[in-house]
Design a protein around this ligand. Structure first.
Ligand code: HEM
Length: 418
């Protein structure tokens, strides 16, 4: 994730730069699906792809559409050590190396493996909500639950001391943040570089500590893969993997949880009650949130050869942005695509991507969302938004809000109610 954003997503297209349109880009997507489903944006030097079938094809064909930004005509090599570490991860690596990098950690993210940890996750979410939910009937879903919960979970899986979690959070937010309105491209690039170098330094120390004394955590798994004979991972790859796991699963899951509450509040007033205590209904509603308000709106690729897409010729070395958030609203794929239907089935959304790079952390994100939301539903009812001027997340590819204040009745606080 460089100055150009992940995979070289240069910047938000001009049409989505103001608050209103990044809060609700769906109308613009619809128009683009109709009038310019595959278009070249001169300003960003990049193709944009809006329809479901085309987005899926781009993600599925990793020979023609590489994840490696170094394939791009305009790729600039990082200048300082530490800065380009994310490039040494599975996210930016094509097969066959991709599979080897992913294979080091994938076992830890399997649903069955994670199931053992569910009680602990429930304890973490429950603890946060014990502090947040009270008689005043107000909380901020982002600050009180959706933001601290995933960072605490991933810090625990990695094996990072609880005292360092604030630093963790600052780094992972900084790396997915877009440039500030007043900030120059150079100042933004410097800030991103600094964050990467700090993180690299931190993880180097953690890696040394685990080498001396391995434990039952992901850091130890990564260190073992690095120090094995023949070395499955280089030092840079080990560092990159630590950083990727920290960054990839935080703000994404934060926004899944917050977007879910936003969708539920905006939907039927009884939805909270219908989902409470019904695990299957809640799981299906979470899938619909991933479709309807996808936390990751866009992913980048680079064409490795000239290719025709939607009648346009994309040339070798061109950057391509696949708009997952638009694909997920495509009426060609989903019936009543513009409606939030918590029981939608089938629901083949692309919210976690598709194909080789399909989100490694999807089972973890789903579990965290289900645990976090069910703990919340157990404690609150008659939920309403307490703020009508929401601020979108400051990022060029993550979709959600900076804070989500709600008003609610605390469950069980009224003895006359059953
Ligand atoms: C709601 C939460 C999440 C969303 C919406 C999400 C979304 C995505 C998407 C769209 C991709 C595909 C990238 C591409 O095709 O270029 C991806 C990849 C990835 N995600 Fe997630 N993610 C979430 C949570 C997590 C979590 C919790 C973790 C782990 C801690 C994680 C780790 C990863 C990794 C390592 C990859 C790269 C996989 C690969 O290249 O093979 N994600 N994610």
């Amino acid at each position: 994730m460089s100055s150009a954003g992940p995979r070289g997503i240069q910047a938000v297209p001009q049409e989505l730069r103001d608050r209103e349109s990044w809060l609700d880009p769906f109308d613009w997507y619809r128009r683009m699906r109709e009038s310019a489903p595959v278009r070249y944006d001169e300003e960003r030097h990049s193709w944009d792809v809006f329809r479901y079938a085309d987005v899926k094809r781009v993600l599925d064909d990793d020979e023609t559409f590489s994840v490696d930004p170094r394939e791009a005509n305009d790729f600039v090599e990082p200048e300082e050590p530490g800065e380009g570490l994310m490039l040494d991860t599975m996210l930016f690596e094509d097969p066959p190396r991709h599979g080897e990098l992913r294979g080091v950690v994938d076992d830890w993210f399997r649903p069955r493996r994670l199931a053992d940890r569910e009680p602990r996750f429930r304890e973490i979410a429950g603890g946060l909500l014990e502090d947040a939910v009270g008689a005043d009937g107000r909380m901020d879903v982002v600050a009180d639950l959706a933001s601290p919960f995933p960072v605490t979970v991933i810090a625990e899986l990695l094996g990072v001391p609880p005292t360092d979690r604030d630093r963790f959070k600052t780094w992972s937010d900084a790396l997915v943040e877009a440039a500030g309105a007043e900030e120059s491209a150079d100042a933004y690039a410097d800030r991103q570089r600094e964050t990467q170098v700090e993180m690299a330094q931190y993880f180097l120390e953690m890696i040394e500590a685990r080498r001396e004394e391995p434990r039952d955590d992901l850091l130890s798994v990564i260190v073992t893969a690095e120090s094995e004979a023949g070395g499955r991972l280089s030092r840079e790859e080990a560092l990159g993997t630590c950083m990727l796991l920290l960054v990839a699963g935080n703000i994404t899951t934060t926004n899944l949880i917050a977007n879910a509450v936003r969708c539920f509040v905006e939907a039927d007033a009884d939805l909270f009650d219908e989902l409470r205590g019904d695990e299957r209904a809640l799981a299906s509603a979470v899938e619909e949130v991933l479709r309807y308000r996808s936390p990751v709106q866009a992913m980048g690729r680079v064409a490795t050869e000239d290719v025709t897409l939607g009648g346009e010729t994309v040339e070798a070395g061109d950057r391509v942005i696949a708009w997952l958030g638009s694909a997920n609203r495509d009426e060609r794929q989903f019936e009543s695509a513009g409606e939030f239907r918590p029981d939608r089935s089938p629901n083949q959304h692309l919210g976690f991507g598709y194909g080789t790079h399909y989100c490694l952390g999807a089972p973890l994100a789903r579990l965290e969302a289900e645990v976090g939301l069910s703990e919340l539903l157990d404690r609150v009812e008659r939920v309403e938004l307490a703020e009508d001027r929401l601020q979108p997340t400051r990022s060029s590819f993550i979709y959600g809000v900076e804070s989500l204040p709600i008003r609610y009745d605390e469950r069980g606080s009224d003895p006359t109610r059953d």
